[in-house]
Design a protein around this ligand. Structure first.
Ligand code: LLP
Length: 382
């Protein structure tokens, strides 16, 4: 079903984010139906969306929290996630962030370098504690996604490279305040070719066997996130293929008895339940192009400007025959373009426009550039 807006929301000042909590619930139910029988623990990657009503639903469905900053750790705790279900990842954790996570006694740090491990050991020791650590490896597996959201290649800044891993593992015993509990990898985001996850599983199998040969039994494996969604057909496939995703790992990842496998999904959980609503300010006809100038721009949804990414766009106010529009925002940047040559029913000033699949990496990436105000969020299906 194409997106529709409740009549009472037509008068809501624009732009605003609209979250369908009913769809979020259905997505979370499908997710856990695929994960639980296969014994996967799901941590929601807060970086995709940190709104409290969204987090409350996610927590209620029994997910843990994957955080990449002190702010996210705090938000997860505020939303009611138990500290023992919080992991803290990130290539550049500050001392203050590490201390905050230690004080909260979160479940695990995903550590990305020997340098970070040394600092973690020192700060943990200073508190007379022990921290649980998973080593984030860079498995050199190509996620076949946008270069800016590819993280698992040798050239990316993330994780411990395969070449450096032996030295890090050999050094581990010199960090008495750290307990090695797992292996972690995340190779990228918006992954639509599920075979990539088979390749990742195989690489993790090899690494696990090697770590065991070095005397390290791992109670946990964390395969990261990255499951993609259909930006082209948000209505055709509102809920991602969780069955396909988990069965891929189930078939290819070799688990030890009693070993727990964790995943960190962000986009696949929240993207389709969020829509950016905007109003057409002007329709401007130049010699070559017809522009629909919206009151939302890259300050509200940065993905098209940053990655050239596609978001489905609907005019909710018009049923006239279609014309082609370059749909743009009001910001003083040429990259402030949602998409060029979009077929929309004839569009006029005041029409409401829905920009779909914006629940993940939408509102969280908004900025105050041009002194724009932060937009409102509206929740339906509560
Ligand atoms: N785990 C780690 C270590 C990550 O770095 C990420 C995402 C995730 C999990 C969650 O990935 P997901 O399941 O959402 O694909 N702003 C970009 C996406 C950046 C993703 C960063 N890391 C976008 O708008 O496409």
């Amino acid at each position: 079903m194409p997106f529709t807006l409740a009549p009472e929301l037509h008068a809501q000042p624009t732009p605003f984010y609209h979250y369908d909590l009913g769809l979020l619930d259905a997505t979370l139910t499908a997710l856990q139906q695929a994960a639980r029988p296969r014994n996967f623990q799901v941590h929601y990657a807060l970086k995709a969306n940190v709104n409290l009503p969204v987090l409350a639903r996610i927590k209620d469905h029994g997910l843990g929290a994957d955080c990449v900053s002190g702010g996210e750790v705090q938000r997860a705790l505020e939303a009611g996630f138990a500290p023992e279900h919080v992991v803290f990842a990130g290539v550049g954790k500050s001392d203050a962030e590490i201390r905050l996570a230690l004080a909260a006694d979160i479940w695990c740090f995903n550590a990305e370098s020997a340098e970070e491990l040394a600092v973690l050991n020192e700060l943990t020791g200073a508190q007379g504690r022990t921290a649980r650590v998973a080593l984030r490896v860079n498995p050199n597996v190509d996620a076949h996604t946008h270069a800016y959201i590819t993280t698992g290649l040798e050239a990316n800044k993330f994780g411990i490279s395969l070449a450096d891993l032996p030295a890090v593992v050999a050094q581990f015993s010199s960090w008495p305040h750290l307990e090695l509990v797992g292996l972690h990898a995340h190779i990228g985001s918006q992954i639509t070719d599920l075979n990539v996850f088979a390749e990742l599983s195989q690489r993790l199998n090899e690494l696990q066997t090697w770590l065991e040969s070095q005397g390290h039994q791992l109670p946990h494996l964390n395969v990261g996130g990255g499951l993609g969604i259909s930006y082209e057909q948000p209505d055709g496939q509102p809920i991602p293929d969780f069955e396909g995703y988990f069965s891929m790992f189930d078939r290819h990842l070799v688990r030890r008895p009693g070993q727990q496998v964790h995943v960190e999904l962000g986009r696949a959980v929240v993207a389709q339940c969020g829509t950016l609503l905007s109003r057409v300010l002007y329709v401007k006809q130049s010699q070559s192009t017809r522009f629909a100038i919206l009151d939302a721009g890259m300050t509200e949804l940065m993905r098209p400007a940053l990655y050239g990414s596609y978001h489905h766009i609907q005019n909710l106010s018009s049923t006239a025959p279609e014309l082609l529009y370059d749909v743009v925002g009001p910001i003083c940047e040429s990259s402030d373009t949602f998409r060029k040559a979009v077929a929309l029913p004839e569009t006029r000033r005041g029409d409401l426009v829905a920009i779909r699949s914006a629940g993940a990496y939408g509102e969280v990436m908004s900025s105050g550039y041009n002194l724009r105000e932060k937009v409102a969020a509206v929740y339906v299906g509560e």
